[in-house]
Ligand binder design. Structure first.
Ligand SMILES: [Zn+2]
Ligand SMILES: [Zn+2]
Length: 123
């Protein structure tokens, strides 16, 4: 495993419940170890070998560890903070499948709003 991959995996392990996009990863690890295009390439590799999974949050690709629990995020539209939330939809999926004669293979929900800090300063 390259030094870059090791640094990225360690970053994800320190932020277990979080989803991170390439810019967040680049920002946290710093320019000295890798530039942004290296981050993109490394993330492609890591998802190819199944160590991370992609999740799209508000049209931006994010990554989280493959073995992390299925969850969704609330995105603060002001500071871009992500708040992980448990999947509240799971129990409705079987009913939706029956009612609509539809085989659901995945779902994707992001809740947008203002976090605890921003709701007090943004009008
Ligand atoms: Zn915020
Ligand atoms: Zn879910």
């Amino acid at each position: 495993m390259t030094r870059q991959r090791k640094a990225i995996i360690e970053l994800f392990e320190e932020n277990k419940n979080q989803a991170l996009n390439a810019e967040m990863i680049h920002h946290s690890i710093g320019n000295s170890l890798m530039n942004l295009s290296t981050v993109y390439r490394t993330m492609d590799k890591l998802s190819e070998i199944g160590l991370v999974q992609r999740i799209t949050i508000n049209t931006v690709v994010h990554y989280c560890l493959s073995n992390s629990e299925h969850r969704h995020f609330m995105l603060c539209t002001n500071c871009k903070k992500l708040v992980p939330i448990h999947c509240f939809l799971k129990k409705f999926l079987p009913t939706l499948e029956v009612e609509n004669d539809f085989l659901i293979t995945s779902h994707d929900i992001t809740i947008l709003g203002l976090c605890s800090t921003c709701k007090n300063i943004v009008e």
